[in-house]
Design a protein. Sequence first.
Length: 107
Amino acid sequence: MRDIMGMMGKVKEMQAKMEKMQSEIADIRVEGKAGGGLVNVTVNGKGLMVGLKIDPSLFKEDDVEILEDLIVAANKDAQEKAEAIAAEKTRELTAGLPIPPGFKLPF
């Protein structure tokens, strides 16, 4: 019976750590760049865009399609960085746990 109680305590402890980690991940801000820094996108740790900066030199009617492509590229760059940080934080938290490869946390 003590083993079950000990395991339940560990589960609650892990749950508290996961909630803290999820909050920390949501607070992360990562910047992605495209076009040599002409377009900068900021995303949070969950990959949601929270900021966008565009160099004024790109505001030409002929360059609209290029600008759209650069925004998409900068957003993708920032999302990949945010995912990498979240994955690293998750690995640190779950070190030593028998979690199958490819299993993503937090849920």
